[in-house]
Design a protein around this ligand. Structure first.
Ligand code: C2O
Length: 569
């Protein structure tokens, strides 16, 4: 009997052991969204954070793992959490954009996000997707290869997430509310941050500057995320070259550069080898500001790459770290040299049989003030109000049902399915645009796609009011970036530039200032998926639309049922 038990036990153990190594893990987290005292730039303030942390907690998982995150809202604002870049296959209810895939979690409410990482490796992040809360409600989501799989590059000695952020010396919700009231553009930020710290070029920030330790000769992985609200950023490390190995949780063909440019929403994984004289080197980020004459925060945030063997300064002395030379604020040549360097590591299955050939203009607009409106509400240029659109539709969120719920339950009157495949009027998009084309029409329109259809989309920037670089993010999908260029997209000339072999796979594309980007994807994930400019000021103005992807055949091509605790409006 005893022997039998023993055999049984060891068999059981064996089974348990095999399951434990072969099965993906489930990670449980609690996120408490709450007002927290945060002191920055000599000023004590209250900021909305997750678990009192700014930035919020870093989540680390392996490809294939499941995340279960219970979000409790103890703040005075509505909140939702978006898992930026996670494909959310069939789990659109966990995507997070307010009024798109769920109604907000009201103060005092809670919601549990449940989703599985499938086939993505590298760096993503999470952030609030309600008003401008993401200014302080964000964190890194690091996806390691499956247990037993390795990186497609030598294993780095250390890994450091570097989240670039943006800080206001006032409540960001008040900043956007004021702009929405006045129609003017919102106040620019007071600082950029690296892992929540502005760094020692700002007042009162010295002692908290982030230190990134490094041993001489080591090769380390920096996971750089642009979490800033409204600004594309250049990123450099003094005297060190960076080898780009991944972006938006897809690997890329490695290339070496001295400078990165990231639009908000984008991530870039780089290897850095400590091959310089032992010392201290600034890691710095500052604006890539492509719009001519528009106000922007022109400050520089820094952290310090510190060699462990760096000589100690004499008592009381201070050795300034080496500062990199940053590109000029308007250095579009450097930005586009960077964005066009990306390739997939090998030949990839770019869709070629295109069902939807789409052309979307992306840009700003100015609404004339309605007659009789108070001038205090018309503080945009020449007594107007700022707006923005795609294909002349300025996106309005619904308020009584989320788009996904309205779609799944067939609730009429929440949205229409007539988002146009092309702009209603053709014009010289990047030329001198007639003022009669500056006022878009407000609407809640989706573009419907059948399951499995393939899409080519030209994102065409406009020069309405001003041309600028737009980081366009698509929820629920990664897409191939086939080409980008300046001026108006011209199919007879520009189709020849398409990379149909090894284009990069991303979730956010930097559409060049006064130019265009062409992307392709297959609609293999049913749900309602927001696409928008990741400059929050532009989403606020309506630079967004949504794709509605129908269910396919059978369970594996069908959106899951909504979770029981899904917040309703
Ligand atoms: Cu990173 Cu719609 O967002």
């Amino acid at each position: 009997m005893g022997t039998y038990m023993c055999m049984c036990m060891s068999l059981l153990l064996l089974v348990l052991f095999t399951t434990a190594t072969a099965t993906a893990k489930v990670h449980y987290h609690d996120f408490v969204v709450q007002a927290t005292p945060v002191k920055r730039l000599c000023k004590a303030q209250s900021a909305i954070t997750v678990n009192g942390m700014y930035p919020g907690p870093t989540l680390e998982v392996n490809n294939g793992d499941t995340l279960v995150v219970n979000v409790v809202n103890r703040a005075q604002y509505n909140v939702t959490i978006h898992w930026h870049g996670v494909r959310q296959m069939r789990t659109g209810w966990a995507d997070g954009p307010e009024f798109v895939t769920q109604c907000p979690i009201r103060p005092g409410g809670s919601y549990t996000y449940r989703f599985t990482i499938q086939g993505q490796e590298g760096t993503l992040w999470w952030h609030a997707h309600s008003s401008w809360l993401r200014a302080t409600v964000y964190g890194a989501l690091i996806i390691h290869p499956k247990d037993g799989d390795s990186y497609p590059f030598p294993k780095p000695t250390r890994q450091t997430p570097l989240l670039l952020g943006e800080w206001w010396n006032s409540n960001p919700i008040d900043v956007v509310r004021q702009a929405t009231r006045t129609g003017a553009s919102p106040n620019v930020s007071d600082a950029y941050t690296i892992n929540g710290q502005p760094g020692d070029l700002y007042s009162c920030s010295d002692k908290d500057t982030v230190i990134v330790p490094v041993g001489s000769g080591e090769t380390n992985l920096l996971r750089v995320v642009n979490s800033a609200l409204n600004q594309q950023l250049f990123f450099k490390v003094a005297n060190h070259k960076l080898t780009v190995v991944g972006a938006d949780a897809s690997y890329v063909k490695p290339f070496t550069t001295s400078v990165l440019m990231l639009g908000p929403g984008q991530t870039t994984d780089v290897l850095i080898t400590a091959n310089q004289a032992p010392g201290r080197y600034y890691i710095a980020a500052r604006a890539y500001a492509s719009a001519q004459g528009a106000p922007f925060d022109n400050t520089t945030t820094t952290a310090i790459l510190e060699y462990k063997s760096a000589p100690c300064p004499a008592k009381g002395a201070k050795i300034k770290p080496v500062m990199p030379t940053m590109p000029a604020f308007n250095d579009t040549a450097t930005a586009s040299a960077f964005t066009t360097s990306f390739r997939s590591p090998r030949k990839v299955p770019v869709p070629t049989n295109i069902h939807h050939n789409l052309f979307f203009t992306v840009g700003l607009g100015l609404n004339n003030c309605p007659p009789g409106a108070s001038s205090s509400t018309c503080q945009g240029p020449n007594g107007t109000r700022f707006t923005a659109s795609m294909n002349n539709v300025s996106f309005q969120l619904p308020s009584s049902f989320s788009l996904l719920q309205a779609h799944q339950q067939g609730i009429p009157g929440v949205f229409t399915r007539d988002f146009p495949a092309a702009p209603p009027v053709r014009f010289d998009y990047t030329g001198n645009v007639s003022r009669s084309l500056w006022q878009p029409v407000a609407g809640t329109k989706v573009y419907p796609l059948k399951f499995g259809e393939s899409v080519q989309l030209v994102l065409q920037g406009t020069s309405i009011f001003t041309a600028e670089n737009h980081p366009i993010h698509l929820h629920g999908y990664d897409f191939y970036i086939l080409a980008e260029g300046f001026g108006n997209f011209n199919p007879s000339r520009d189709t020849a530039k398409f990379n149909l072999v090894d284009p990069p796979l991303r979730n956010t594309a930097s559409v060049p200032v006064g130019g265009w980007t062409v992307i392709r994807f297959v609609a293999d994930n049913p749900g309602v998926w927001l696409m928008h400019c990741h400059l929050d000021v532009h989403i606020t103005w309506g630079l967004a639309m949504a794709f509605l992807v129908e269910n396919g055949v059978g369970e594996l091509q069908t959106l899951e049922a909504p979770p029981a605790d899904l917040p309703l409006c």
